[in-house]
Each structure stands twice: as structure tokens, then as C-alpha cells.
Unconditional design. Structure first.
Lengths: 178, 571
């Protein structure tokens, strides 16, 4: 098994997410992380999926996803030239004497405090997943922590022309009169 | 002003739908009320599963999109097997289901089921229509998706209030499916390279599947085979794609394929794979399949390329168009033809020798009707021209081995899913589509008993379907595997209590009888065919016959077992 990262542009429609994840569940694959959000075109969503998969199945998975009617484009960005980022929100409970040290560590990782209380901090960090792992490990050394991670998002640097499908124009066959 | 229900029927009329197979219910009341005045014929089946199978039979016999209709909840869930069946065999189908009113969705209302969610993985695509404004475009999109590209079933779920809403169908809405890509033309360079590879092969074999039928490419397939004078096998789904009487036709390959077909697969140096998916029932042990062959794989579905077997030369496109072009490319490059002609002549000779060494020959006994005897008699009556809708099991395999099909769309069977209970409703759909054709429903005693309620549909419409039950008193294929791989411990495969066919058919108002002596078989079949209207012929065949040749599960094709004496091993 290896981790595959898949980037998809999908129509922003009910059931689209289910169709995409269905390709994975039908083959018994487990999703490591998944993010979905609208793009600049409100009718198009961008999904990033990280999934553990047998290497020889990677191509098949992309083809099956591209077959879905709601999928505009699915691509394997595991090895593509791309910027990959994940966001982590970390709450750490620390004693008074360690507060300064925590902030220094956070600075090294490019993390910033988003909440401060007598018990400790909430910190926001972004980076590639490995760097976040390190950051979380360091924070854990200072005290109890709670972590929420966003899952990986990526933007490919290989596509020369930036393109998203233009907003969908509504064509209706029925004039509705209540 | 028009109701949503009338809009649905307007859409169907514009899609040139002639027949709907269905079963009404609570939330489809508005639709059935509108149907009361509609010229579209509705065929009332006795179970929604059979509505789906009948629509498949209709589609398989004609190439047109089949339409079935069911109510919400249990009506929709009863469609599932048929939807998956159509999905596996790439059959164009539109299923229309009723749904509870939009304001009740999610409230566990009476006869509510999450049809949209349940059928997501059973369909090529599905829709839940929430407003009347979306309805016409959605239905036209459903028909477009079902019939184009790799065909398949599409479901449209319509809530009752949408069927009742008032509006009108104005202009034909334009289809907007930005994520739906169909590649039809085939890459010109790849087509040229394919022609070269084909001429350079010494032992080429055409391996043609259901895609030939779906693409209406029989003529082009025949031209290819004759142009390169290569042997051709047709899969279970591809039978009739090349006429069964064609001299280059070998037979069906695979688990119950002929010796010649499987040896040809194992020895070929080039497979010209056309609209096939390298199914496990064809390939046997995949790692040992066609070990000497390069593969040219032509299919309209890019996901089929390299799914099971890597292709040395893939071409994604519509088979009819691609074959037209590749036949032209072959003709243009025919200066290459002579290069390996002697090797190819030897290869053709080898195929003939294999056919002669182990021919598919029906066993005929004097004291009991052998199942192979029955199918070869059907073959004699058919003369390559009759429609045979088969159920699933031993009889299906014997039919595929012994009944010749000289045209596409005559052989109708559940290939990928192997759904028992398919044969009779599929025959109903086929007969509805082709009222003048001779249609056999060739069924086992197991599958027949799954579809007995449809005898009423046959009787209501006086459909002249010839129902031939190959009755061995067993679930034959399961019994065969228990005999061969489970020490003959026959567990729950004996079917006792088959009904008296004369009384059963008589109860529905048509003729039925049993025949159990080989001397009477021919006459009985002729009587069955000659009687106008439906007929139920129950043929008692030897109960313990096995289908051979057989490639044991997990074995390579060339390891096939030809006769009962040979020992089989469980893999």
C-alpha cells in the first residue's frame, strides 16, 4: 500500500462527493484525508483525497473517477509538481514557565497563536504533513495537546493554462407556474 | 398547463419510447393517471425486478434504450438486481421511480427509501429531480447518458409533488453535462500502428465481446476477420457478433469455452481484443492468460484499458468507427500481408486441427434426454435466426456452446451478473420488441421458478414466447461444483416439487406439457414452436450431467478439463 493523492474538480451537486468516495469504498480502500470546497466558480468544487492504495491500482482509480458524470477532471498528483499544504489547529496546555518556550517553538515552525488563556494556547500551523507531524510531536512534549487537522490540499504547478469550467448557464425546458 | 407526469410522458415520447415495463404504486399515481391517455404502451409485469429484466430484454433485442418504471420504496428497491445486471452488461436503460413528496423526503415517510443513495453504485448515473423546472432536461440527459459512450442504466427519481406540479414542456432543453466525456474516434496514429501489428502477427486471434453488439459493429467485425483471414472467438456477450456459421468463427472461449477457442487464446501471438473486458470467466488464471500474445485493446471505456490485462496497443473509441478506420488502414498496408502469410496459414490449419481433435459435439442417449441434445434441437429449429433468451446456469452454457447465432441481438443472457430469473422476463421484453420473431425463453427449473409470476404477463399479452424448461431437478451448476469440488456433498441443490406444466400453463390459459423421452423431443419442440401463442415445454433431462469443457476456477485456459474422467483439483 502507498499513499496516493488525487485532485478533482467536480460539479457542485448533491451526491457528487458520494460518487467519488464510492469509487474508493467499492474497492475497499480507506480514505486518509479528504477536503472539499467551492472554487471560484460556485458550480464547481475542488476535492483533494489522500488514499492508501496498491500502486498498480492508481491509474485505474483515476480512470474510474473520470468516468463519473459529475467529475470534470480527476488527476493523480502524488508525484506531480505541486504545492501541498495542510492546516493543523493545536491546543496545548502548558505551565506558566513554558509559555515563552512554546511560542519560540511555534515561531520556528511558522505557527501562530490564535488563542491564549491561562491554561495554554491554541496554535495554527500550516505545512506539508510531515512538518506538521513534527510540530505536533514537539508540542506534545510540552504538555497535553488536542489536534484538528484539515487534510491535505494541493495546487498543481504543472498546468500552464489555468482553467476552470465557466459558470454553468441554466437552460430550462419548463416555464414553471407554481 | 401540464402536470409533471405529463411532462415525463412528453419527454419519453420525444425520446421515441414505445414501451414501458412497470408496476404502479402510491407515489406514481399521477404518472399512471397521465399514462391512461398516452399512446405509449405500458406493460404491466408482476414484479418490479422483472420490469427491469424485461426492459433489458427489449434493449438487448433492439439496441434501443429500455424503460422501466416503479414506485418509491419497495418498488425502487425491487429494481436493484436488474439495474446491476444492466450495469454489468452495459445495457442502455432508463428507470423512472416515484419518490415521496419533496417535503416528506427524509422523514421516513410511508414507502420512502433513499433511492438516489441506494442506486448510486447500481447505475451509470442517477438523478433526484427536486423541481419541475429540472425535470425535462434531467430526463433527456438520462436518455443521453444511457445510450451514449459505454451504455448503461440511468435512474431518475421523481417525487410525487414534482409529478403533480403544473407547468409546461416548452422547447427541447439542451443537455449540459460538462463532466461527461465520450471518446469515439480513436487515435489515428494508434490505428495505423494497430494495422501494422496485425499484419506482422503470425498467430493473430480476434477476441470479440459485447462491445461489438453494443456498437452495432458486426459488419465491420466481419470485414476485419475476412480481410486478415484470422480466427475469431466471441465471448458469451459477443455471440452473434460474428455469424456462428462464419468459417473463421471458432466458438466461445473461457471457463466453458471450446478446446479450440481456449487453445487459440493460449497460443496466439496477437489478441485483437474488441469490446471485451478480460473477464475472469474468459481469462481463467489471469497471469497465465494468453502468455504469448501482444494485445491490441479497442474499447470505448478508457477504464477498461489495462484494467485486467495490460494492452500493448490501446485504442479508445467507438468500435464501429475505429474498426472502419482500421480496416481501411489494413487495406492500405496490405503490402505487409504476404510477409507472414505462411505462418498464418499454418495457424489457421492448427485451429482446424484443434476443432477436429476436440469438437463440441452434443451427446445423445437413447434412454434419456441429454441437455446437450435439447439445445442442439433448439439450434436445429432456430437455424441461427431465433432469439434465445436464456436464464443462468448450466443450460446457459450449453446454449452458448451449441446454439448458433448468425446475427447480433439474438442471444440474450445475463452475462456479467448472472442473475437467475432473468430468462423469462427478458424473453417478454424481446418478444414485445420483435412481435414476429421466434423467441425462446430457455430456462432451468431453478430460474424458471423465480419468474413464474410473469406467466401472467405472457398470457395477458398472448405473447408467443416458447418457454423451454431444461429440467434436471437440480440447481445444476451449483450441483456440478459440489460434485467436483465438494466431494459430491449435494447441499440444497435438489429442486423437488416442480409444478405440473400442463396444469401450470393451463391455469394461465395456454398449453404446457412435459417431454422426457429422446424420441419425442424433436416432435415436442416442433409442436411447441408451431402452436400459435405461448407454450410451456418442460423437458426432463438427465439430472447429473456436467458442462464440459471446464476450466477449474483459478486454472489457466489450457488446463481445461475435457471430460468427466479427468480429475479436477480445487484451487
Amino acid at each position: 500500500m502507498m499513499l496516493q493523492m488525487i485532485s478533482l474538480l467536480v460539479e457542485n451537486k448533491p451526491g457528487a462527493l458520494m460518487r467519488v468516495t464510492g469509487v474508493l469504498t467499492a474497492r475497499g480502500y480507506n480514505i486518509e484525508s479528504l477536503t472539499v470546497a467551492r472554487t471560484i466558480d460556485p458550480e464547481v468544487s475542488c476535492m483533494s483525497i489522500v488514499v492508501g492504495i496498491e500502486p498498480h491500482q492508481r491509474g485505474q482509480l483515476i480512470k474510474q473517477m473520470n468516468k463519473l458524470i459529475n467529475v470534470l477532471k480527476a488527476s493523480d498528483v502524488t508525484e506531480a509538481r505541486a504545492v501541498r499544504r495542510e492546516l493543523a489547529l493545536v491546543r496545548v496546555l502548558v505551565s506558566r514557565e513554558n509559555r515563552g518556550a512554546i511560542l519560540k517553538e511555534a515561531e520556528i515552525f511558522g505557527a501562530r497563536p490564535v488563542d491564549s488563556s491561562l491554561e495554554g494556547f491554541a496554535l495554527e500551523a500550516t505545512g506539508d504533513p510531515e512538518k506538521l507531524d513534527e510540530f505536533i510531536a514537539v508540542m506534545a512534549a510540552y504538555g497535553e495537546i488536542e489536534v484538528t487537522r484539515s487534510g491535505l490540499v494541493a495546487v498543481s504547478l504543472e498546468v500552464k493554462k489555468l482553467k476552470l469550467a465557466p459558470p454553468v448557464s441554466k437552460v430550462e425546458g419548463v416555464a414553471q407556474n407554481g | 398547463m401540464q402536470s409533471g407526469a405529463k411532462v415525463v410522458l412528453e419527454c419519453l415520447a420525444r425520446e421515441k419510447v414505445e414501451s414501458i415495463f412497470g408496476y404502479p404504486g402510491g407515489v406514481t399515481l399521477p404518472l399512471y393517471d397521465a399514462m391512461y391517455d398516452s399512446p405509449i404502451r405500458h406493460v404491466l409485469v408482476r414484479h418490479e425486478q422483472n420490469a427491469c429484466f424485461a426492459a433489458e430484454g427489449y434493449a438487448r433485442a433492439t439496441g434501443k434504450t429500455g424503460v422501466c418504471c416503479a414506485t418509491s420504496g419497495p418498488g425502487a428497491t425491487n429494481l436493484i438486481t436488474g439495474l446491476v445486471d444492466a450495469m454489468m452488461d452495459s445495457i442502455p436503460l432508463v428507470a423512472i421511480t416515484g419518490q415521496v413528496s419533496t417535503k416528506l423526503i427524509g422523514s421516513d415517510a410511508f414507502q420512502e427509501a433513499d433511492t438516489f443513495g441506494i442506486t448510486r453504485s447500481c447505475t451509470k448515473h442517477n438523478f433526484l429531480v427536486k423541481t419541475l423546472a429540472d425535470l425535462p432536461r434531467t430526463i433527456h440527459e438520462a436518455f443521453h447518458i444511457a445510450a451514449t459512450g459505454r451504455p448503461g442504466p440511468v435512474l431518475v427519481d421523481i417525487p410525487k409533488d414534482v409529478l403533480q406540479a403544473q407547468g409546461h414542456y416548452s422547447a427541447m432543453p439542451s443537455i449540459h453535462l460538462p463532466g461527461y466525456k465520450v471518446f469515439t474516434e480513436g487515435h489515428a496514429g494508434q490505428i495505423r500502428r494497430a494495422a501494422q501489428m496485425i499484419w506482422e502477427a503470425r498467430r493473430p486471434l480476434v477476441y470479440a465481446g459485447g462491445g461489438i453488439i453494443a456498437a452495432d459493429a458486426s459488419k465491420e467485425l466481419r470485414q476485419l476477420v475476412e480481410l486478415i483471414d484470422a480466427p475469431a472467438v466471441c465471448t458469451l456477450m459477443g455471440l452473434g457478433g460474428l455469424p456462428g456459421s462464419h468459417p473463421n468463427f471458432v466458438s466461445m472461449p473461457g471457463m466453458h469455452g471450446s478446446y479450440a477457442a481456449n487453445m487459440a487464446m493460449s497460443e496466439a501471438d496477437l489478441l485483437i481484443a474488441l469490446g471485451v473486458r478480460f473477464d475472469d470467466r474468459v481469462t481463467g488464471k489471469l497471469a497465465a492468460f494468453a502468455p504469448h500474445a501482444k494485445v491490441i485493446h479497442i474499447d470505448i471505456d478508457p477504464a477498461e484499458i489495462g484494467k485486467n490485462r495490460a494492452a500493448d496497443l490501446p485504442i479508445v473509441g467507438d468500435l464501429k468507427r475505429v474498426l472502419k478506420k482500421s480496416n481501411q488502414a489494413l487495406a492500405e498496408a496490405d503490402h505487409l500481408k504476404s510477409r507472414n502469410e505462411s505462418a498464418r496459414a499454418a495457424w489457421r490449419g492448427q485451429i482446424v486441427r484443434w476443432k477436429r481433435e476436440h469438437p463440441l459435439e452434443p451427446e445423445i442417449a437413447s434412454d434419456e434426454i441429454k441437455p446437450q441434445h435439447l439445445v442442439s434441437e433448439i439450434n436445429r429449429i432456430s437455424g441461427g435466426e431465433a432469439i434465445v433468451a436464456s436464464d443462468v446456469g448450466q443450460h446457459q452454457m450449453w446454449a452458448a456452446q451449441f446454439i448458433r447465432f448468425d446475427h447480433p441481438r439474438l442471444w440474450i443472457n445475463s452475462g456479467g451478473l448472472g442473475s437467475m430469473g432473468f430468462g423469462l422476463p427478458a424473453a417478454i421484453g424481446a418478444q414485445m420488441a420483435r412481435p414476429d420473431a421466434l423467441v425462446f425463453a430457455l430456462v432451468g427449473d431453478g430460474g424458471f421458478q423465480m419468474s413464474i409470476p410473469e406467466l401472467a404477463t405472457v398470457a395477458n399479452h398472448r405473447l408467443p414466447v416458447k418457454i423451454v424448461v431444461m429440467n434436471n431437478g437440480h440447481l445444476g451448476m451449483v450441483r456440478q461444483w459440489q460434485e467436483l469440488f465438494y466431494n459430491n456433498r449435494l447441499s440444497q441443490v435438489t429442486l423437488e416439487g416442480f409444478p405440473d406444466p400442463a396444469k401450470l400453463a393451463g391455469a394461465y390459459g395456454f398449453t404446457g406439457r412435459t417431454v422426457d423421452h429422446p424420441r419425442e423431443l424433436r416432435r415436442a419442440l416442433e409442436d411447441c414452436v408451431n402452436e400459435p401463442g405461448p407454450y410451456l415445454l418442460n423437458v426432463r433431462v438427465s439430472p447429473f450431467e456436467n458442462v464440459y469443457p471446464m476450466v477449474p476456477a483459478g486454472a489457466a485456459l489450457h488446463e481445461m478439463v475435457l471430460a468427466p474422467a479427468q480429475q479436477l483439483e480445487v484451487r
